[in-house]
Design a protein around this ligand. Structure first.
Ligand code: FAD
Length: 393
């Protein structure tokens, strides 16, 4: 059986045939006929030089395949083929229904399930399953919260080496904890959001980061938090096809989170910074924690310029200070948020603990009412248009 490989492809539906990619490619891997621009898999070395100059984002498409699509196949396409599943053969395990049910639950907010942003890249899903897990090596594991904090959150970097594992910001992966339960059954897979952008912690590295909170007596979070450099981990996924970021540089992205809910937003911010540094769309982060010491990425966030990411922090347990939650910040920012909500370029993402969405929803309802907007109608329209997203667990 061939090992899966990552193939670079161009989306013929979005490509405007401007020839920029063909001119840019240092390997002469990009060519065209009268119909399509295509990538020669025998020449492409995934250097990514062509990604940034492309004016449409059509160049940024990837499939994990067992044998690459030929040039003739690509010339004939009117649209990109969907990512197929790589079950790894006859004994391949079907999609882990428990994982999908968890994900479904996580992505169902007040009023229902969302759809992906219209301009989002097409994700690969369920490439690796428990019986055919991708094996990743730990290349970093450090604590993100202050040493005084009793909230123990870790930044863990998993490197996939030669294994093709294609992800988008906002997707999750499954971690297979080793061992079996009291009944002798393998432990169930746990989901973790990807905290890095699609091309890795550094551009063009085949790795990804997780933001994991150690739960008291939690099986998998303790396993991950205790991993050492060089340890190997079985990974399934990637999962998730809706909680994705828009590829449109004019999209305003409002991100509301607590704790490890910040993970996907780290990926969003870094991808925007790398791929469209002068994007006109705004990024705004509302981040809640008990104290600054408990807030993952507190230090690194201070270094992110406001021009890239507007940051608003809410602390609920600072002695002798009033408790502030993310919903209070939303009310404080009411006027500027309402202005953003009036634009069809605005997307809202809510991520973190179950239950946080209710308070956020009530605050958005309040600020809309003061501006004679109907939040519920707006929210439902935004959801249908792929502009309102929730991931709570
Ligand atoms: P488990 O062993 O599953 O236990 C869960 C809780 O139950 C623990 O608090 C434990 O103390 C308690 N418990 C266990 N056994 C018992 C018992 N016998 N009696 C009483 N209590 C018990 N988490 C993150 O940290 N970061 C992420 O980015 C992240 N992303 C997620 C994305 C999605 C889409 C979803 C659905 C979840 C995500 N999670 C994330 C949560 C994660 O999947 C796990 O649920 C979490 O790490 C806890 O798993 P665990 O194995 O450590 O705990």
């Amino acid at each position: 059986m061939n090992a899966p490989l990552k193939q670079h492809l161009i989306d013929p539906e979005i490509c405007i045939r401007c020839n920029t990619c063909e001119e840019t490619c240092p390997e002469d891997a990009i060519t065209h006929d009268n119909n399509n621009y295509v990538v020669d898999a025998t020449k492409c070395n995934l250097c990514m030089d062509c990604i940034q100059p492309c004016p449409t984002g059509s160049i940024d498409n990837w499939r994990i395949v067992r044998s690459p699509y030929s040039l003739d196949e690509q010339y004939s396409w009117g649209e990109l083929p969907k990512q197929g599943e790589l079950t790894g053969g006859d004994d391949g395990e079907a999609i882990d229904s428990e994982v999908l049910a968890l994900l479904d639950q996580a992505h169902t907010g007040v009023g229902g399930k969302s759809v992906p942003p219209a301009s989002a890249a097409k994700p690969a899903v369920n490439l690796y399953q428990r019986n055919h897990a991708a094996v990743a090596t730990v290349t970093g594991n450090f604590r993100l919260t202050h040493q005084d904090s009793d909230v123990d959150v870790h930044h863990v970097i998993l490197d996939f080496g030669e294994v093709a594992f294609s992800v988008l910001e906002g997707q999750s992966i499954g971690i297979v904890p080793p061992g079996v339960d009291e009944e002798g059954k393998p432990h169930r897979v746990r989901l973790y959001s990807i905290a890095s952008p699609r091309h890795g912690e550094r551009p063009n590295t085949n790795n990804l980061a997780l933001t994991v909170k150690r739960e008291p007596n939690g099986l998998c979070s303790n396993y991950i938090s205790d991993l050492k450099k060089g340890d190997q981990v079985n990974v399934t996924g990637p999962f998730g096809a809706t909680f994705l970021m828009p590829n449109d540089p004019s999209a305003n992205i409002i991100m509301i989170c607590t704790g490890t809910g910040s993970a996907p937003f780290r990926g969003f911010t870094e991808w925007r910074r790398r791929s469209m540094p002068s994007a006109p769309g705004r990024m705004l982060l509302f981040f809640g924690a008990r104290r600054p010491q408990d807030l993952p990425y507190f230090g690194p966030l201070q270094n992110v310029p406001e021009s890239l990411l507007g940051k608003r922090f809410a602390y609920s347990r600072i002695p002798s200070e009033e408790k502030v939650y993310v919903q209070d910040l939303i009310r404080q920012e009411g006027a500027s948020l309402v202005a953003l909500l009036c634009s069809t370029a605005t997307h809202i993402y809510v991520c973190g603990l179950k239950g946080m969405e209710q308070g956020v929803d009530a605050a958005l309802d309040d600020i809309c009412r003061t501006a004679n907007l109907r939040w519920r109608e707006l929210r439902d329209a935004m959801r249908t248009e792929g502009r309102y997203h929730v991931e709570t667990y």
